[in-house]
Ligand binder design. Structure first.
Ligand SMILES: [Zn+2]
Length: 254
C-alpha cells in the first residue's frame, strides 16, 4: 500500500526545487542561503505515507531521524508532560501502522500551522498549504515537528481536546525542535517563517525557559487553548504538573 521512493538527490541539485520556483523573499538572504546549503542529502527510503508529495516525504524522513535527549525527556516529565512517543521513528511507525494521511490543506489562518482531523475513521494530518511550495530547510524541519505534534493528537483515539493534551503535544514538537537545532545549527535562526518563529522554535524556548514556573509558556497556552477542559482521556494532569494551580481562561484576549 505504501510506496517507497528513492530520491537520491541533494537539496541544492534537486530539479524539483530548480523548476518553477520563485525566489523567496527573506530578510537576510546571505544567512538564508547559508542555511539552505546546510540541508543534507536525503533519501526517501524509509516511508512515504501514500502522499507522493516531495516536501511532506522529506519532512517524514527528518521526523524519523529524531532522537530525544535523556535530559530533555526528564525535563518534560518533571514539568508534568505525558510523553506520547520516545523517538521520531516511533511516531512515524505509528503513522504508517495507523494509515494516517498527511497532506497540505487550506487552514483558517497562517497561525494555524497544522491540524489533526478524523473523517469516518480516517485520520488526517493537515499542514497549512502556505508551505506547500516551500524550498526552505527550516520550514521542512518545522513541518516534521508539527507532524509529531499532530500525531500525538492522533494517538489518543478520541475527539476530546484539553489543555493537558495540547501541553503534551507541544512538548513533543519542542523535543523534536531541540534535536533538529542541535543537529543542524543556525538553520532556524535564519528563518523568517511563521511556522518556525511563532511555532516550533517559540515552544522550544518556552518549554526550556529558565523560569521554573514557566509562566510565559502557561500564558501562551492560556491564550491559545485556555477555554478547553484541563484534562482528557490519556492526557491526565500529573501530580508534578506546572499546569496545576494556573488559572486558565480568566483573562479575555481581544
Ligand atoms: Zn495541538
Amino acid at each position: 500500500m505504501f510506496i517507497n521512493k528513492i530520491y537520491p538527490v541533494s537539496y541544492n541539485s534537486n530539479p524539483y526545487f530548480a523548476k518553477n520556483q520563485p525566489e523567496r523573499q527573506v530578510s537576510s538572504p546571505g544567512v538564508q542561503s547559508f542555511a539552505m546549503k546546510e540541508m543534507p542529502p536525503v533519501s526517501m527510503n524509509y516511508f512515504n505515507p501514500g502522499m507522493d508529495n516531495f516536501i511532506l516525504g522529506q519532512a517524514i524522513n527528518f521526523l524519523s531521524e529524531v532522537e530525544f535527549s535523556q535530559e530533555d525527556m526528564a525535563h518534560m516529565e518533571n514539568i508534568g508532560v505525558n510523553i506520547a512517543f520516545n523517538s521520531g521513528k516511533e511516531a512515524v511507525d505509528y503513522i504508517r501502522d495507523e494509515n494516517i494521511s498527511i497532506k497540505f490543506a487550506p487552514l483558517p489562518s497562517l497561525g494555524h500551522h497544522a491540524q489533526f482531523q478524523e473523517d469516518n475513521g480516517q485520520k488526517n494530518i493537515l499542514i497549512n498549504e502556505a508551505y506547500s511550495n516551500t524550498r526552505n530547510f527550516a520550514d521542512i524541519l518545522a513541518i516534521s515537528e508539527a507532524v509529531l505534534h499532530e500525531t500525538t493528537h492522533a494517538k489518543d483515539d478520541d475527539v476530546e481536546a484539553s489543555i493537558q493534551e495540547e501541553f503534551d503535544a507541544l512538548a513533543m514538537n519542542a523535543l523534536a525542535n531541540r534535536y533538529h537545532s542541535r543537529k543542524y545549527p543556525y538553520v532556524f535562526e535564519a528563518s523568517s517563517s511563521n511556522i518556525v518563529n511563532d511555532g516550533v522554535v517559540l515552544y522550544s524556548k518556552l518549554f526550556f525557559d529558565e523560569d521554573p514556573k514557566k509562566t510565559a509558556l502557561l500564558k501562551r497556552i492560556d491564550e491559545k487553548y485556555g477555554s478547553l477542559p484541563l484534562e482528557s482521556p490519556n492526557h491526565n494532569l500529573k501530580e508534578n504538573s506546572i499546569l496545576k494551580g494556573y488559572k486558565f481562561n480568566t483573562i479575555s484576549f481581544q
